[in-house]
Ligand binder design. Structure first.
Ligand SMILES: [Zn+2]
Length: 443
């Protein structure tokens, strides 16, 4: 089935400093950086207001309140199924079963492990994906039992991202129970491989397939005003300088991997500076870990480092990458020239993850609907760039955003991770509003 973008839909009024401001206290920026002013479109604002005034929509919001404890126990149940990197299968099966039980059509698990469920629209010219990642950063054997204190739930992975998976289920349930029909098709997805070395493999696969996704909503954010519209790309490497090694005194003069590594870091720092200091998008790098060595009285046979570079601007990211490779080659050459007659050093460059960068399309239907829906619920959107499942569609030019899962998230990616049920039904209410706007409720 061909999927065409709605033609000729334009109504973009970029008005800075609009009248609606009702965001709560600013939450810390997690790993995101604030970007542009949120756009405002009167047309989208009016359509969202009609959704909010609809009696069935109001029944849905009442349902979110009424079913709140059920949503929270679903969150606990799913969180207690471990989903370490590359081992999301059991949690995926449980999520797929719940989507089936809610009556969604052809629920399946694809070749890489994504859960995919369809909800056809009445017309179905476009297809909107709603994606919550199921994986965590925690290795097998991590205790993922949930402990509750007051309104706070403690467990690794509880906020990032089991809460989002539960929000998606609550929204599907309301749409099914109240028979909320959309014009366009919806695809609900539990993705694999969002975190760390998973390298967004689930969504890469999803967008390579023939799903015809025309817009993409990831649910994976803390603060409710946080709307991620741009993708912070990253290139990550593990670098190892290798030489013959030897006794610090007896073999003195042999090529020295630690010297090469430190020279490479200095070279890279100096070459990167004009890029990180230039005007425009932020660009960063960090040599996050270094190691190697045999003993205090040895020339090491290897020296390694792990390096992460980031930017929302693909050109800057590419420039950092090029500067890094020149630095490695320079360090290798200089330190090899310095050595005596022993064998030369080599350098291994291992690519341990690439996430593409991209600036969001602030004039897309999706961003206009997302900002209108948020303002209609009394929250002023805070546009940010971050690194999420939405990186892949943004890079491919498919309109994509990442939205809040509601409530308050603390200490994500740590064993002390927690999530607080603090006005959390905003998560369900916002996602439903956005979906109905984007998928043409009642049209
Ligand atoms: Zn996440």
């Amino acid at each position: 089935m061909p999927h065409r973008f709605l033609a000729g839909v334009v109504l973009i009024a970029l008005i800075a400093g609009c009248a609606t401001t009702a965001a709560g206290p600013q939450a810390p920026l997690e790993d995101g950086t604030q970007t542009e002013q949120a756009p405002l479109s009167q047309q989208h604002q009016e359509f969202v207001e009609t959704i909010l005034a609809d009696p069935n929509f109001q029944l849905a919001t009442e349902m979110f309140e009424r079913e709140r404890s059920k949503t929270l126990s679903t969150m606990v149940e799913l969180n207690e199924i471990p989903a370490p990197p590359f081992q999301e299968q059991v949690r995926a099966e449980a999520f797929a079963q719940k989507l089936s039980d809610l009556g969604l059509a052809d629920v399946s698990i694809d070749e890489v492990g994504n859960v995919i469920a369809h909800r056809p629209g009445t017309v179905g010219e476009r297809r909107i994906a709603v994606v919550a990642h199921m994986d965590t950063v925690f290795p097998p054997g991590t205790d993922v039992t949930v402990r509750k204190e007051g309104d706070t739930y403690f467990a690794p992975g509880i906020s990032d991202n089991t809460r989002a998976v539960a929000v998606v289920l609550a929204v599907v349930e309301a749409m099914q129970d109240l028979d909320l029909q959309t014009r366009e098709d919806l695809v609900f997805v539990g993705s694999v491989g969002e975190e760390g070395l998973g390298n967004l493999r689930g969504v890469r696969h999803l967008l390579r397939g023939d799903h015809g996704i025309s817009s993409f909503i990831a649910v994976d954010g803390g603060a409710q005003d946080r709307l991620i519209t741009s993708a912070v790309g990253s290139n990550r490497y593990r670098i190892t300088f290798k030489g013959p090694g030897g006794h610090s005194y007896g073999a003195f003069g042999r090529a020295h991997p630690h010297q090469a590594l430190s020279r490479a870091i200095v070279e890279f720092t100096e070459r990167a500076e004009p890029i990180t200091q230039s005007a425009g998008a932020k660009a960063t790098f960090s040599v996050g870990r270094i190691g190697g060595g045999t003993s205090i009285n040895s020339i090491p046979f290897e020296s390694w480092m792990e390096v992460d570079m980031r930017s929302v601007d693909p050109v800057k990211l590419e420039a950092l990458d090029a500067a890094f490779r020149v630095a490695l080659n320079t360090a290798l050459t200089v330190e090899n020239e310095r050595r005596g007659s022993a064998e030369a050093m080599t350098v291994d460059i291992e690519d341990v993850g690439k996430r593409p960068a991209g600036q969001g399309q602030l004039d897309s239907q999706l961003v206009l609907n997302a900002t209108a829906a948020m303002r209609a619920l009394g929250v002023e959107p805070n546009l940010q760039a971050s690194s999420t499942d939405a990186n892949i569609p943004i890079w491919l030019g498919v309109p994509a955003i990442t939205v809040s899962r509601g409530g308050r998230s603390q200490n994500a990616h740590s064993l002390d991770e927690s999530w607080t049920d603090d006005g959390s039904v905003f998560g369900e209410t916002y996602l439903l509003t956005l979906l109905l706007a984007e998928a043409g409720y009642g049209q």
